[in-house]
Design a protein around this ligand. Structure first.
Ligand code: GAL
Length: 664
């Protein structure tokens, strides 16, 4: 459980560095990330490297006892390189190059840029690969941010055609997979296929799905180039990339196979303001963030690599959202502890000192532009002291797994029908319901091992393969899938047999038709003892399985067969909780009602509680917490932004295996 900061020595007079490093140490910070945007200072002219300043910065930070997270500088190619090789620039939808003057101005498919990226990575890795203070490498910065996942450059077009040829082998297979007979879209050769770009109306959804796959694969390949070089010149040092929260354009899980740490950049208040919550909810959560936003992303990234951490933690108002409120007192401490509770190996704050120039001068930092410490420093010092006194622990497997699959998310994004909650919406609502029952959740991906879970949730995961369904069946868990699950094949075509596709035979169920509805039109569902409600999605099914819930017109809404359950609709938040509660009871999994603001995180016997609300939470009144007064953090009354931790008296039944991403 290390604390870190993001630092830009190139922004400050050299005489400040030593004092900055000493202040970081005094705060309890032990790692510092540098270098991700410093190419113009590292190599001011083609082939002329200026290592002097960086050598001195690394030395000063190392002498202070800080571990250095060194980044490759490829997120910001310098002006001379853009002028020398304009073919590194990304092209927008309309075929125009995106220009120099901000960041991420490169195309992942540019052959020239791939060579430049390898060249500069090798130069940095040769220089610092063996430096004892370098404890972690970061590749680039936030792949895909600012729409940089897509580029329609000539190199991208030709790489896409090669990618398609490797995937389909014959253009006839591509025509068949995409259904190009529709609207006379048929191709006679791969050379005729362009990216889905500036079409008059909706482009072919299978074409778009493959384009997403291709763009994600290009980012993975670009990253792999750098990882290979770092492993060669800096053997034994771990490598990470800092991913973006709630971002789905990159298959993080696929890229994570090449990394030691998955890290992500957590801006809970910034993203709340940008997100789809109602205005009332945004105001209520203004200074706290959504209680399930950071947790959801922690759980995603924990599942993406052997270890994980938070590379950039919001410390105050950001500069880029619709409005930029300051976190309430104590919230930065809460976010930090929450990440550790989910198993983070580190939390690193963005950034050390507010910058008085350029694009981010209105973004808060730990220090003001004149280096006056902000009040948040007191919170960080407190966390550092608390962490030092806290027992070591490993995040162990949860009892609930939630199935995630990036191609399914892309498919949901490409053809939302009436879903206005975005492709992550169905997973988010089900995740929130689990958390409001006091549960911890592991994200599971199709190639994971599913053993040991009591419950695996499949919220509108549209692409299910036979192999995956077979694995789910063998897991021994109760599998609960909602409408749209298994509705599509890997190509994006509607499943044959009819949806739920590979689940159809197991459930003796076929989806004959479907509709989407405005969110506030309820879909009423009744079971013998419960009244439930759904929203947005409703299917008409034919089933030979046992129904356990019916729509108002008496047609089946919920069916079960063996360990599988299928809901032919999307439950609303309350109904999700009611259904889950029943299943948890069946499996003997203890649960609690947390209300909207309180959240628990379990790791074996260790339990954490977080108060995301503006009112004090009385844990005792909710029968939460130890009875013997043995609190590791906090106590039975949790003030706003309060954190508590304790060891549960009766060990919860957990799989013995450590979960993915245990810190260590
Ligand atoms: C992140 C980015 C940082 C900084 C930060 C501001 O997305 O990685 O470089 O721009 O946002 O909030």
């Amino acid at each position: 459980m290390k604390l870190g900061v993001c630092y830009y020595p190139e922004h400050w007079p050299e005489e400040h560095w030593r004092e900055d490093a000493a202040m970081m140490r005094a705060l309890g910070v032990s790692m510092v990330r540098i270098g991700e945007f410093a190419w113009s200072r590292i190599e001011p002219a083609p082939g002329r490297f200026d290592w002097g300043w960086l050598d001195r910065a690394v030395a000063v930070l190392a002498e202070a006892g800080l571990g250095i997270v060194l980044s490759t500088p490829t997120a910001t190619p310098p002006k001379w390189l853009v002028d020398l090789r304009p073919d590194i620039l990304p092209f927008d939808q309309h075929g125009h190059p995106r220009r120099f003057g901000s960041r991420r101005h490169y195309c992942f498919s540019s052959r020239a840029y791939r060579a430049e990226s390898r060249r500069v990575t090798e130069a940095v890795a040769r220089r610092y690969g063996e430096h004892p203070a370098v404890i972690l490498w970061q590749t680039d910065n936030e792949y895909g941010h600012h729409g940089s996942d897509e580029s329609f450059s000539p190199d991208a077009v030709s790489a896409f055609r090669d990618w398609l040829a490797a995937r389909y082998r014959s253009v006839a297979a591509l025509n068949d997979a995409w259904g190009t007979v529709f609207w006379s879209q048929e191709y006679a050769s791969f050379a005729e296929v362009d990216p889905p770009q500036a079409t008059v109306t909706e482009a072919n959804p299978s074409h778009r799905l493959d384009w997403r796959r291709f763009c994600s694969d290009q980012m993975c390949a670009f990253n792999r180039d750098q990882v290979d070089i770092l492993r060669k010149f800096s053997p034994g040092r771990p490598v990470t990339h800092n991913f973006i929260g709630d971002f789905i354009r990159l298959d993080h899980r696929k890229m994570g196979r090449d990394l030691d740490y998955a890290s992500w950049d957590s801006y809970p208040i910034g993203l709340l303001s940008e997100g789809i919550a109602s205005e009332g909810e945004k105001i209520r959560r203004l200074r706290y963030g959504d209680p399930d936003f950071a947790a959801f992303n922690h759980d995603v990234f924990r599942a993406c690599a052997p270890k994980w951490g938070v590379m950039e933690q919001q410390p105050g108002p950001v500069n880029w959202a619709n409005c930029n409120a300051a976190p309430a007192a104590g919230v930065v401490r809460l976010w930090t502890w929450e990440a550790f509770a989910h198993g983070a190996g580190f939390v690193s704050y963005f950034r050390w000192r507010q910058v008085p120039f350029a694009q981010e001068q209105m973004h808060a930092a730990l220090l003001a532009t004149d280096r006056t410490p902000q009040p948040v420093c007191d919170e960080i010092r407190r966390v550092a002291e608390e962490v030092a006194a806290f027992p070591d622990f490993e995040k162990v497997r949860s009892r609930i797994g939630l199935l995630m699959d990036y191609p399914s998310l892309w498919q949901l994004e490409i053809q939302p029908h009436g879903n206005k909650d975005g492709p992550l919406g169905p997973a988010r609502i089900c995740y929130r319901a689990c958390r409001m029952l006091g549960q911890s959740v592991d994200m599971v991906f199709p190639d994971d091992d599913f053993d040991g879970y009591d419950l695996i949730l499949v919220p509108a995961v549209t692409i299910l393969t036979d192999a995956l369904v077979g694995k789910l069946a063998r897991s021994g868990a109760v599998i609960l899938a909602t409408a749209l699950s298994g509705a599509r094949e890997e190509t994006g075509r509607t499943s044959a047999p009819l949806p739920p596709g590979p689940l159809a035979a197991l459930l003796g169920t076929r989806v004959l038709s479907f509709e989407s509805l405005p969110k506030d039109v309820p879909v009423v569902v009744k079971t013998p003892d419960l009244s439930l409600a759904g929203h947005v999605w409703r299917e008409r099914i034919e089933t030979s399985a046992e129904p356990w819930g019916w729509f108002e017109d008496g047609s089946p809404a919920q069916v079960k067969s063996g360990n599988f359950r299928y809901l032919a609709y999307w439950p609303d938040e309350t109904s999700w909780q009611i259904i889950l509660q029943q299943l948890l009871d069946e499996r003997g999994v203890p649960h609690w009602h947390t209300g909207p603001d309180l959240r628990l995180v379990h790791s074996g016997e260790l339990v954490f509680a977080f108060n995301y609300g503006p009112d004090t939470e009385d844990l005792g009144a909710r029968a939460i917490g130890p009875s013997d007064q043995k609190w590791l953090l906090g106590g039975p009354c949790l003030p706003p932004a309060g954190v508590a931790a304790w060891k549960a008296e009766r060990p919860r039944k957990q799989a013995d295996t450590p979960g993915p991403g245990s810190p260590g």
